[in-house]
Design a protein around this ligand. Structure first.
Ligand code: SF4
Length: 322
């Protein structure tokens, strides 16, 4: 799949959406918006692709209690778990044998796991699978590691890269808005902390993804500002000429029954979110459609609404709300 040079992406857009014009996009007809986003994606020269990824969750124990999260557990909960590196290696081996090219390793923010556990986990994975892309640890986990080490975020990232890390996932961004975090994730590091970790990764020439958890009580203005904050960091990272965001992954929040809050009618809202993201994030190479949360049918439809890549985890996807 051709990946356009990042500088050519920046030059290829002639008109940028500011806050007001980006906000107005949400009022547009979804089909017209989709056509425009699809046209823009084609002009970028990116072709549809399918990426087979294995999501490995090393623990579901988390020190935080985000209100939108149904994944996290306390250590005394009956269904709490923490896997050893050997157990994860076994899961990864089966996935690689089945064709996985990316291992996406994330978990809760475990209060007691040692720093050595994280470095050691990457080392065993890298040793076992030299060719596999290791995408591991959200910005929230990296911040926790910098407290455990202790040291700067840069020092932690450099050590993880030495152990085999290839990129950072985009989780933990939620909605990059201070008021949103204060209401829904009050005890976890906020938007600036998330952006700072990604900026640090880019300075180290590490590529990262960005996500947006949408559909959980945010306003359209907060959603729009989330996109604009990501675009601003991407501008700075591209100008510096080192690492940058590789892809944007919008994640619809789904309820305990596995449905978006409004049921099937939310499909239009999800497609619209993908289309608006593609148009506003004019400096992002890729927008992904994440099949476990969208469903395969809607994710494939999203490829006509600005998305260019289906991210399809092998086996079960356990984190349904982040
Ligand atoms: S979203 Fe992440 S940080 Fe928040 S409670 Fe869940 S696992 Fe923990």
């Amino acid at each position: 799949m051709p990946r356009p040079a990042e500088s050519s992406i920046l030059m290829s857009h002639s008109q940028r959406y500011d806050e007001a014009s980006a906000l107005a996009l949400w009022d547009e007809d979804v089909l017209r918006l989709g056509r425009r986003a699809d046209d823009y994606r084609r002009r970028l020269g990116v072709e549809d692709s399918l990426r087979i990824t294995r999501h490995l969750n090393y623990t579901n124990i988390c020190r935080y209690r985000c209100r939108f999260c149904r994944f996290c557990r306390r250590s005394h909960d009956a269904d709490a778990y923490t896997h050893t590196p050997d157990e994860l290696l076994e899961q990864a081996a089966a996935a690689v044998a089945a064709g996985a090219k990316v291992l996406h390793i994330v978990g809760g923010v475990h209060p007691e796991l040692s720093y050595a556990y994280y470095v050691g986990l990457l080392r065993v994975m890298r040793q076992a699978f030299p060719e596999v892309h290791l995408r591991a640890f959200t910005a929230t986990e990296i911040i926790d590691l910098a407290a455990k080490r202790p040291g700067s975020v840069e020092a932690v990232l450099a050590e993880l890269m030495d152990a085999g890390l290839n990129s950072l996932p985009g989780g933990g961004a939620e909605i990059l808005d201070e008021n949103y975090f204060a209401r829904h994730a009050p005890d976890k590091p906020g938007p600036d902390a998330w952006l700072n970790v990604h900026a640090a990764a880019h300075r180290l020439n590490l590529s990262t993804n960005a996500t947006m958890l949408f559909g959980f009580r945010e306003t359209l203005l907060q959603r729009t500002r989330h996109l604009l904050r990501l675009r601003a960091l991407q501008d700075a990272s591209l100008a510096a000429g080192r690492g940058a965001f590789a892809a944007f992954v919008p994640l619809p929040w789904i309820d305990a029954a596995g449905k978006p809050p409004g049921g099937r009618a939310e499909g239009f809202a999800e497609l619209k979110t993908i289309a608006v993201s593609r148009l506003v994030l004019d400096n992002f190479p890729h927008v992904k459609a994440f099949t476990p949360l969208l469903g395969r049918g809607l994710a494939e439809t999203a490829l006509h609404f600005g998305a260019d890549e289906l991210e399809t985890p092998l086996d079960n996807y356990l984190i349904t709300n982040r």
